[in-house]
Design a protein around this ligand. Structure first.
Ligand SMILES: [Zn+2]
Ligand SMILES: [Zn+2]
Length: 220
C-alpha cells in the first residue's frame, strides 16, 4: 500500500495546504471567522436546503443538494444558546455564530472545496487545478477498497496533483510555489514512517465513511 499512502499524504498534507492558502488569499481582507460570519446565512442553507429559515428574504432560493453535512456546519459555527429568534420558522439560522478564532487549517479538503465552489470566482486555470485535485482525491477514496495503486496510476495521479498544486500556489507567490514543489519532491522520495502509514490508512477510512454518508444522507 505504499503508493497509496504516499498519494494520500500528498493530498492530505501538501495539496490541502495549498488549497487553504488559496482560499485564505481569496477572502482577504476578511479572516476566516469574519468571512464565515458574513456568509453564515448562505452557508447555513448549504446544509439545510429544505425550507426557509428565520433569516430568509421573501423569495429564497436554496441549493438543490445539501453540499455540507451537519457535522461540517458544526465545525464552522456554534449555536448560541438563548437566542430569541423572532421568527416562527421551522429553521433558525440567527442563533449560529462563526466559531470564535476558527482557523482555516482546521477544515479538511472537502469543506475547502465546498466553500470555494460556492463563494469564490475562479479563472479557468484555477478551476482546472482544483478539479484535478478533487478528481484524484475521489479516485483515492475509491481505490481504498482495493489493493495498492500500480506505479503507472501512481505517476499519473502524482503528476496531476503536483502540477495543480504548484500552479495554484503560484497565485499566492512564486516562493511559496517553489516551497511546495520542494515539499512534494521530498515526500516522493523519502521513506514513509510506520506511524504515518498507520495514520494514513486510518484517515482514509474516515474519508470513505464521510463520502458514503454524503451520498445516503438527506438533511432536514
Ligand atoms: Zn434562510
Ligand atoms: Zn432565528
Amino acid at each position: 500500500m505504499e503508493n497509496f499512502v504516499r498519494m494520500f499524504m500528498l493530498l492530505a498534507e501538501v495539496a490541502v495546504d495549498v488549497i487553504r492558502k488559496f482560499l485564505e488569499d481569496k477572502i482577504q481582507p476578511d479572516n476566516f471567522e469574519t468571512f464565515l460570519q458574513q456568509h453564515r446565512h448562505k452557508i447555513y442553507h448549504l446544509c439545510y436546503n429544505r425550507g426557509r429559515c428565520c433569516s430568509c428574504g421573501l423569495s429564497p432560493t436554496f441549493p438543490t443538494q445539501a453540499v455540507i453535512r451537519k457535522a461540517q456546519l458544526d465545525i464552522l459555527f456554534v449555536q448560541q444558546p438563548g437566542v430569541n429568534c423572532s421568527s416562527n420558522s421551522r429553521f433558525c439560522c440567527c442563533s449560529y455564530i462563526a466559531t470564535p478564532n476558527i482557523q482555516l487549517n482546521t477544515i479538511d479538503i472537502t469543506l475547502c472545496f465546498a466553500i470555494i465552489n460556492n463563494f469564490i470566482t475562479l479563472n479557468q486555470q484555477q478551476n482546472d487545478c482544483l478539479n484535478d485535485i478533487r478528481i484524484v482525491r475521489n479516485d483515492i477514496s475509491h481505490f481504498a477498497h482495493q489493493h495498492d495503486i500500480d506505479s503507472a496510476e501512481f505517476y499519473r495521479m502524482w503528476g496531476k496533483v503536483t502540477n495543480a498544486s504548484i500552479h495554484l500556489a503560484a497565485y499566492t507567490n512564486h516562493t511559496y510555489s517553489a516551497d511546495i514543489l520542494d515539499k512534494i519532491e521530498r515526500l516522493r522520495t523519502r521513506p514513509i514512517l510506520a506511524v504515518e502509514y498507520t495514520k494514513s490508512l486510518h484517515e482514509i477510512v474516515k474519508w470513505i465513511n464521510k463520502d458514503e454518508e454524503v451520498r445516503i444522507h438527506v438533511y432536514f
